[in-house]
Structures are given as C-alpha cells and as structure tokens.
Design a protein around this ligand. Structure first.
Ligand code: SF4
Length: 248
C-alpha cells in the first residue's frame, strides 16, 4: 500500500509496515523535546552559541602585554641616505640614538619629509583582557539565541509534514475516451492498453505502476482527465478522493 502526502514537498512511501509511524508523525513533532527539533537553524544557532560563549570566555582571560608610553620628542629621518632609499626599520635604527636612551622602542612612519620617528618608553608588563573578543562573543551569543529560537519556534527551513493518505487508483473503462492525457502527464503510471488484434475500439488507459509518479502528479493527471475516468480512493477508508462524489 502506498503512502503519500498531497501538496508540495510530499514524499512517497511504498511500505505499509511503517504507515502508523508516518501517520502519527505530526503528533510526534508536537511532542518532540527541545533538542529533537530538526530545523537547520536550531543546529546553526547551537554552533554560533558555542562559538560565542568560547569567544566571550576568551575575552575574560588575562594576557600579558608590554606597556609603552609615547615620548613627546619626534625625530625626522630623510628617506634617502647615501643615495639609497631606506626602510622604516632602518630609519628607526638611525633615529634610536637621538632619543638619548629614553626610547626603548622606536616606530617610524613615512611623511612628507621622509620618516617621522616616535620613541616609546617601556613602563613594564601589564595583564589585559580582550574587549573585542568580549564584544564579538556577546554578539554571537545573541545571534545564536535568535537562530535557535527561530528554528525551534517556527522551523522555517523544515518542510512541514502533511496529512497522509493511502490511495487506490483505477481507470473507469466505461468512460475513458483514450485521449492519453493521463499518459502524457504520468507515463510511468498510466499507459494505453496494447491491441493484440486489429480493432475499431481505441486502446483504453490502465494503471501500469501506481508508484511511478509523485502523488501530486497523479492527482493532477486525474484532474486533467476530461471524463473523470481516473478514480482515486483512500485505500484505508474507501473514501473517494477524486473525482468528488456528487452531493445529493
Ligand atoms: S485522460 Fe482519462 S480519458 Fe484520457 S486516456 Fe486517461 S483515463 Fe482515459
């Protein structure tokens, strides 16, 4: 017995052994626990949350850092020394003695006059924490929570399961006019009977393989049949699905 969903995103299930499992899937969805939600946004949110927490924790870890004080004195070094251009590091070496031993570190930047060098006095080591890690970590935690909540609450990336039906398909040969509309729409499901001997009667349609197309395609083929010769019924209840029975 085949099981299927009507509507977009349906899937076909041919085995009848798991029909109860499928039929009850919606109920199971409702009773899923927090971490059993399947929406990718939930998992993405958890990953972002973990990274954000790690980043935030790293932001509170003290790191040893050299503490320098910038000297007010600056030294200008020409870009060109002995007919050759020098680099910023070479300019720093040239400028170092001019700070009279007050600068433990010299940094040079290019300027209109060549290099302008700044002296830095080493004051000692200090323990600092990373504010940027705290900020990025906090932002990622908020983002992770938002992603998790959206995925858990709304499941926007998950195709919702739809009501399941088991169906039976047949062709009413009394009203089939053999125009092959159903064959064109679902050729693996419907075919015209082959004639074994010359006949004036047109070859009628019949069901070759009820699982040869998606359920939506079968339903469309049935709806497009000009005479309503394709009959779809609920296999479990016998209830007519298509064409609808006339109301009295
Ligand atoms: S579309 Fe309908 S009438 Fe045409 S061949 Fe198929 S079953 Fe027969």
């Amino acid at each position: 017995m085949r099981k299927f969903y009507f509507g977009p995103g349906f899937r076909v299930k041919l085995s009848s052994s798991n029909s109860d499992e499928f039929a009850n899937s919606d109920k199971k969805d409702e009773s899923r626990s927090f971490f059993q939600k399947k929406d990718p946004l939930v998992y993405l949110g958890i990953i972002i949350l973990i990274i954000g927490l790690a980043l935030l924790a790293y932001g509170f870890v003290p790191v040893r850092q050299a503490n320098y004080q910038l000297l007010s004195q600056t030294v200008s070094v020409p870009l060109n020394q002995s007919q050759t251009f020098i680099s910023a590091d070479q300019a720093a070496q040239i400028a170092q003695p001019q700070f009279n031993g007050n600068a433990s570190n010299v940094v040079c930047v290019s300027s209109s006059v060549g290099y302008t060098c700044y002296g830095q006095q080493f004051l000692g080591w200090e323990m600092v924490t990373s504010n940027s890690a705290k900020e990025y970590g906090g932002a990622m935690i908020v983002l992770g929570f938002a992603s998790f909540y959206l995925g858990y609450r709304y499941e926007p990336l998950t195709i919702k399961k739809r009501e399941l039906h088991s169906i039976r398909i047949r062709v009413d040969e009394d009203i089939c006019i053999a125009n092959a509309v159903c064959v064109n729409l679902a050729p693996k499901v419907f075919q015209l009977k082959k004639q074994t001997s010359p006949s004036l009667l047109a070859p009628l349609a019949y069901v070759v393989d009820p699982s040869g197309a998606t359920n939506d395609e079968i339903l469309i083929a049935a709806q497009m049949c000009p005479t309503g010769a394709i009959i779809i019924e609920d296999a479990e209840t016998g209830e007519r699905i298509h064409p609808p029975l006339p109301t009295s």
